[in-house]
Design a protein around this ligand. Sequence first.
Ligand code: TXA
Ligand code: MG
Length: 316
Amino acid sequence: MTERETRRLSPDAGGVAEAAAILEQGGLVAFPTETVYGLGADAGNGRAVAGIYAAKGRPSFNPLIVHVLDAESAERLAEVPRQAADLMDAFWPGPLTLVLRAREGAGLSPLVMAGLPTVALRAPAHPLARDLLREVGRPLAAPSANPSGRVSPTTAQHVLAGLDGRIDAVLDGGACPVGVESTILALDPVPRLLRAGGLPVEALEAALGERIAMDTSPERVAAPGQMASHYAPEGSLRLEALAPEPGEVMLGFGEVPGRLTLSASGDLQEAAANLFGHLHALDAMGAGRIAVAPIPDRGLGRAINDRLRRAAAPRG
Ligand code: TXA
Ligand code: MG
């Protein structure tokens, strides 16, 4: 995380164009949605997405919501079953996030999904968010624009109070009209409520013509990194390794070389961007035993180590 000047952009065509230019270069821009301010980055740029985690100071990787303009853009990123299409028709743009199976090769950074096979998609209704998505022409990863552990911001002042100097810009669109986060529904394929939010669940039930099971256990929503379904490689992991033992495949970092390397230069943002892609690649090459180089336990390194320790823990 590098200190930088955080620019305040005005809610007009010029401000939106500036914001889009920063995002296209891999920068971080907070922008208003109808629910809360999001901290946006190009969802296809792993380094930029890693920057979101660094700016928020998250000690773990949580999957992020990907913002799109409409159902058609969603269709390019995920498999959209009939029920999901109906809900998009009824409630998009608006405060509804749908968790769907991601399409492989759609260009999303695996870090956006924290390695999961599903992606959370939402089409925001705020005119500035829509102008920005149109101008960038790419999906934007955007969690709420607050430091980890703090409440979601509903004004540009809130954003700056938490993230000034840690992000490139905030697009100031005044107060968010809804003020609470989006409702999150998983459809895999049975509908499951993951987070109550701006769209009442009754409205979803009326649209689907069925009751929706609540899955709002704190672990499920606050820390999906602890979910049993969370991504872990098939192979076993040995952490803090300086060299591979016979039969091990080495995942390197910095001075410690490997078959795959998270970052040869020891750059934690690059390492975060590569983490899930490399774990998947090790699975794909059939690595049964993986030795992982030590990662410094500071900044993004804490989130990387958290993920590696979970993946290394004995599984039942
Ligand atoms: O209203 C909102 O949804 C705001 C605005 C900016 O759009 N965004 C927001 O994002 O609240 P965030 O990152 O603070 O919350 C995202 C939630 C997290 O609890 C995360 O665990 C969940 O969405 N989530 C994202 N992808 C998921 C997935 N594939 N499976 C399960 N949960 C997922
Ligand atoms: Mg949040």
